[in-house]
Design a protein around this ligand. Structure first.
Ligand code: 3HC
Length: 313
């Protein structure tokens, strides 16, 4: 009989009906739920600009992206439900602060250029973090990530193109793009989590094939891709210590970078970020305002429920 350990050793997929350690299940519910919460809360900073987009084209592109994020949340809540968690429980855990969402969404989107910086940096970082998750040992999570990553590529591309337009526009537009990148760069690096030495979950998540690379490895991968992209944008990353180090990564090279303020990440995780209270209040209000939709859908489903098929002898 194939055991959980056999499946991991064969780099195969664990499926919902397979035997799995309680800790594996709990870790997946924690991570997938927080990933889903991040997608839903992440709609807020960009959603605030839907009615203020500078053109119909930009509004249509942003609307498509924000709708995608809602879909990513649904895929991920559905993946969490395969582990026995209920949507209601997970949303209650979010609304009562018992579960997190990504720190990055606790920062304000102050100008139109923020929509570009979020697409280029936040979705760019999300892609670096999510591509390895396509090879996660838990089947439903890995399969959800395949579609999410395809859509994230459009998200990052539209952000890059928006910033490129501003950066090569008027001096005021260039300045707006630079100011947004200055605000979003360091919080984007914090998306990858605490340093490996301070990550309580990484070792076990790696052993279980949930994490394929460490927090610092993915952070470095993101920095190495972002620096040349910033040059193509004509924008400067706000880190004077960024410089190419040919000896890094066993001679493959990589960028050295300045110290990240992990006290800031800890403060945001404690709930002391710029927008924590606003984001959660907005989310709870939206959930409460939508109660009638859920009740109507449930009533319709109950009324039109098909009679259970008689058991086949
Ligand atoms: N924001 C919020 N919480 C964070 C965090 C961050 N940036 N980084 C770490 N944490 C939390 C962890 O959740 C954990 O707390 P918990 O025990 O209460 O859950 C604690 O800090 C310790 O961190 P670890 O590194 O030990 O925890 P993990 O092994 O879970 O690693 C992670 C953290 C890298 C974020 C990992 O959970 C992960 O890869 N999650 C899936 C991807 C994800 O959630 N991305 C968030 C962004 S989604 C997004 O960007 C949407 C896109 O469309 C824009």
């Amino acid at each position: 009989m194939t055991t959980f350990e056999d499946v991991l050793a064969a780099q195969d997929r664990v499926e919902p009906r397979d035997a799995m350690p309680d800790g594996y299940r709990a870790t997946l519910v924690r991570q997938i739920a927080q990933h889903a919460h991040s997608e839903i809360i992440g709609m807020q900073p960009e959603g605030a600009w839907l009615t203020r987009a500078p053109s119909l084209r930009r509004q249509a592109v942003l609307l498509a992206k924000v709708q995608d994020e809602a879909g990513h949340g649904l895929y991920l809540y559905a993946a969490a439900e395969t582990l026995g968690a209920s949507r209601e429980e997970l949303l209650d855990a979010l609304h009562t602060g018992r579960q997190r969402y990504s720190s990055i969404f606790n920062y304000p989107s102050l100008t139109w250029a923020d929509v570009g910086a979020i697409g280029w940096l936040v979705d760019g970082a999300a892609i670096v973090n999510q591509v390895p998750l396509c090879r996660c040992s838990y089947g439903p999570y890995a399969r959800a990530m395949v579609r999410v990553c395809k859509e994230e590529s459009f998200h990052q591309r539209q952000g890059f193109e928006l910033l490129h337009t501003l950066s090569h526009g008027t001096p005021a537009q260039h300045a707006m793009a630079q100011e947004a990148v200055d605000r979003w760069w360091w919080p984007s690096l914090m998306m990858f989590g605490p340093p490996d030495a301070d990550s309580p979950h990484s070792a076990q998540s790696t052993a279980w094939g949930i994490k394929r690379f460490s927090n610092d490895t993915l952070r470095q991968r993101f920095i190495d891709q972002a620096v040349p992209q910033a040059e193509a944008l004509g924008l400067t990353l706000p880190d004077p210590d960024l410089r190419w180090n040919a000896d890094k990564d066993e001679g493959r090279g990589g960028y050295d970078y300045g110290a990240i303020d992990f006290d800031e990440l800890r403060a945001v995780l404690r709930g002391d970020g710029p927008c924590n209270a606003e984001r959660l209040a907005h989310r709870v209000a939206a959930h409460e305002d939508g109660a009638w939709v859920r009740e109507a859908a449930a009533a319709y489903a109950a009324k039109h429920a098909r009679p259970a098929r008689p058991e086949v002898a």
